[in-house]
Design a binder for this molecule. Structure first.
Ligand SMILES: Cc1cc2nc3c(=O)[nH]c(=O)nc-3n(C[C@H](O)[C@H](O)[C@H](O)COP(=O)(O)OP(=O)(O)OC[C@H]3O[C@@H](n4cnc5c(N)ncnc54)[C@H](O)[C@@H]3O)c2cc1C
Length: 413
């Protein structure tokens, strides 16, 4: 079968839609397949967009400003440690832009649709890499082929598994995030202009959150997949209802949980896969493990990796060379832009989620040190770097006279 497209993208979420939009704008012939029968489609998510996403993708800022997607920009964060210490951080500019994925993903896909062929209702179940092209087979037996494929098909990626880029062992290092998104007439929050982060579930590697959208309250918590499988399998809804009760007892939430709105979804939290390319194949977004392992932020990384995969695909189309060596320019590009950030997030996750003591002392210190609080929140929201946070923590734990001597030794003022 002769391929008609330059590239097939599997998955029309932020990673796939961004890759498709970029490739299509550059003139590539793209087929984008998604298993959802139509968009808008549901995607369990907190829907928090960091400010850097809006800087990196100005068209997103434009469509938010134009009201195409309803957004609640928040500039306040309530942060609670495992021992119940709570600190509130406030800044002038928005810290996070809260959207619903229902609307946001549809807006991204609309842009891809302007320049790509998009087919919804196609679930890819098989991917075969042949010497001259890639063949994909849908659950209805339809076969699609092209010189290359971008797998943007999320945490359970068929493309990653069928091409050997993801082993089953990697799956064990996933987290599960359980949440509900319920209208305000049923479930309300005390402070609609803030997000709430609860670092309260450390024995399970967990966190809880409340993200108020324009018309809906989104709340939930995440935990390690292995803990979920051993303790919560089949009991997720009950556990979620208990979590809502905890939030009600704290006085943060009023109203009733809506069990019909409960959803659980896996998140890769062990950093990018060891390899994200092979011959004729690239992985972007959750499929490649591009999620911040500390904060579970994934939309920015999905869009960034999708865009970088599109750049590498354009180069492959131009040169006619689709082998792994040629596509590895993608790996160099994501390493440069987001690799350090993602590696640090795994490091921080291992340190902080290893017991509640470190988390408690970090939040307690932040309650006394406004700059530390600013950096913790800034790092969590993608606004400040790990290096800034680390150097402040080193400075604040090193006695002043030692710090003075260290600075003098390296010639700092
Ligand atoms: C509960 C929860 C809360 C989160 N909160 C946040 C947050 O607040 N901020 C943030 O930045 N990130 C958050 N994340 C992470 C974020 O949701 C993901 O990182 C992001 O959606 C990844 O985008 P993606 O395009 O890779 O995958 P997805 O958004 O999952 O899109 C994948 C697409 O592929 C399609 N697909 C899958 N398999 C196939 C197949 N076999 N054939 C065809 N199509 C297929 C799906 O239908 C889907 O449309 C959260 C995650 C969860 C689970």
């Amino acid at each position: 079968m002769q391929p008609n497209f330059d590239v097939i993208i599997v998955g029309g979420g932020p990673a796939g839609a961004t890759a498709g939009y970029r490739l299509g704008l550059a003139g590539a012939k793209v087929l984008l397949l998604d298993k959802a029968t139509a968009f808008p489609r549901d995607k369990p998510c907190g829907g928090g967009l960091s400010a850097r996403l809006l800087d990196r993708f100005p068209y997103v800022r434009e469509f938010l400003q134009a009201g195409e997607v309803p957004v609640n920009p928040v500039s306040r964060v309530h942060l609670e440690s495992p021992d119940g210490t709570r600190v509130t951080y406030q800044q002038g500019e928005p810290i996070l832009y809260l959207i619903r994925r229902w609307e946001f993903d549809a807006a991204l896909l609309r842009r891809a649709q302007q320049v790509c062929t998009v087919r919804t209702g196609v679930m890819v179940r098989k991917c075969m890499v042949l010497p001259s092209h890639v063949e994909l087979e849908s659950t209805t037996g339809e076969v699609f082929s092209a010189p290359m494929v971008i797998g943007a098909d999320s945490a359970n990626s068929v493309i990653a598994r069928h091409t050997g880029l993801r082993s089953e062992a990697a799956h064990k290092e996933y987290a599960v995030d359980m949440m509900e998104e319920t209208t305000y007439d049923r479930l309300q929050v005390a402070d609609r202009d803030a997000i709430y982060l609860f670092l309260t579930l450390t024995q399970t590697f967990g966190y809880g959150y409340i993200f108020p959208k324009t018309e809906h309250l989104n709340l939930g918590f995440g935990c390690k997949l292995d803990w979920y499988l051993s303790a919560l399998r089949g009991k997720g809804k009950e556990h979620h209802a208990e979590w809502v009760d905890v939030l009600k007892a704290k006085g943060d939430v009023t109203g009733e949980t809506n069990r019909d709105c409960y959803k659980a979804f896996p998140i890769p939290v062990s950093g990018p896969l060891q390899r994200t390319v092979t011959d004729r194949v690239m992985l972007a977004g959750d499929a490649g493990g591009f999620v911040n392992a500390f904060t579970a932020e994934g939309i920015f990384y999905a869009m960034a990796s999708g865009s970088l995969a599109a750049d590498a695909a354009l180069e492959a189309i131009r040169s006619g060379n689709y082998d792994a060596k040629s596509l590895s320019s993608y790996e160099r590009a994501w390493q440069r832009e987001i690799g350090g950030d993602l590696a640090h997030s795994v490091e921080i996750q291992h340190r902080l989620f290893n017991g509640s003591g470190r988390m408690d002392s970090l939040v307690r210190n932040a309650s006394r040190d406004p700059e530390l609080l600013r950096l913790i929140i800034g790092y969590s929201m993608g606004a400040s770097t790990y290096e800034e946070l680390r150097s402040h923590m080193v400075r604040s734990t090193v006695p002043i006279w030692v710090w003075g001597k260290m600075k003098a030794a390296v010639g700092l003022r």
